[in-house]
Design a protein around this ligand. Structure first.
Ligand code: DON
Length: 309
């Protein structure tokens, strides 16, 4: 049982924390620059009652790309697989998360998967709602239901900071609009996307969502289905093949757990039928993944034999 092993978890966090010095906090979104690079915290849900934590798990951070898993779940529930995957593919890219190259070189010109920025923008455009507020409200309500934490909101400063500097995401969106992948007004889509990325959580919230995705989409306490089983499976599969971007292959070998990272330094991991893990460590490696968070997941995987392979 991981949850009886507090001393070992504390030790692993301390050990992984030494790697933060080799990473850097994201600075291409100006508001993320202020994060403390030396922080590392983790929360682990092992069954519906036990949660073990280490480090300062009260600290909040923004979801960034981890939101892509949740918008995919919502779009799949709204529109069904056929429609979603007619606009976004299912293949890993091997390119950085914000790359445009495969949009141009592939035919038809649609994003290769929902975990890269282009794919996530297309997925967000498929969430039902008649306005940005309504769509964002539905996403927040979904996150409140998953976490049981109805105080979760988006961070206005981070959203604004990203919106004002999101010209690469703007260009991806205009390209996709030209090619009929999206129909939305680009500025409306960018407003929704930057707000979704700025939704603020802590490690416990992430661990809880990770646990639900791990356990067939059922609510942690009531066991009520929140995400249909087949969608929970799709989410985990994308987390394995594309969740850590162009580090997903190495991560699968070293760690072997479905996981999704974000440039704020968060990682959400889901060990199928077992464990949900939420990590925050804002110092990133050169691919945009939490450097200490990845080390910590490697240690956890080795010690508790968590690899799915
Ligand atoms: O769109 C962006 O660039 C950010 N809002 C999210 C990118 C991200 O988190 C990539 N993750 N490792």
């Amino acid at each position: 049982m991981i949850c009886n092993d507090k001393e070992a978890i504390d030790y692993m966090v301390e050990e992984a924390n030494t790697y933060t010095k080799d990473g850097r906090v994201a600075d291409y979104i100006p508001a993320l620059k202020v994060a403390d690079p030396d922080t590392l915290s983790v929360a682990i849900y092992e069954n519906e009652k036990t949660c073990i934590t280490a480090g300062n798990t009260e600290e909040t951070f923004t979801l960034q790309s981890i939101s892509k898993v949740l918008t995919l779940a919502l779009a799949l529930m709204d529109r069904g697989e056929d429609e979603v995957f007619s606009r976004v593919g299912m293949e890993p890219t091997g390119d950085p998360f914000n790359s445009m190259i495969k949009l141009e070189t592939h035919s038809p010109s649609r994003p290769l998967n929902p975990m890269i920025n282009a794919g996530a923008l297309a997925v967000t455009s498929m969430i039902y709602g008649s306005s940005v507020d309504e769509k964002l409200g539905r996403l927040l309500a979904f996150i409140h239901e998953l976490t049981g934490n109805s105080s979760i909101r988006y961070d206005e400063k981070v959203a604004k900071s990203e919106y004002e500097t999101a010209d690469l995401n703007r260009s991806l969106s205009y390209f996709m609009k030209q090619h009929g992948v999206i129909e939305d007004e680009v500025e409306h889509l960018l407003e929704l996307y930057t707000k979704q990325c700025a939704i603020e959580v802590n490690c416990r919230d992430l661990a809880k969502i990770g646990y639900i995705i791990a356990n067939e989409g059922k609510h942690v306490e009531s066991q009520r289905p929140i995400i249909p089983l087949h969608i929970a499976r799709i989410l985990k599969t994308f987390m394995v093949t594309c969740g850590m971007y162009n580090a997903s292959g190495e991560f699968a070998i070293r760690v072997g757990i479905p996981a999704k990272s974000g440039v704020s330094g968060g990682i959400m991991a889901s060990v199928p039928y077992g464990v949900g893990i939420g990590i925050y460590g804002p110092a990133l490696d050169d691919k945009g993944n939490s450097i200490a968070g990845m080390r910590l997941l490697e240690s956890l995987s080795q010690r508790y034999d968590l690899s799915i392979f």
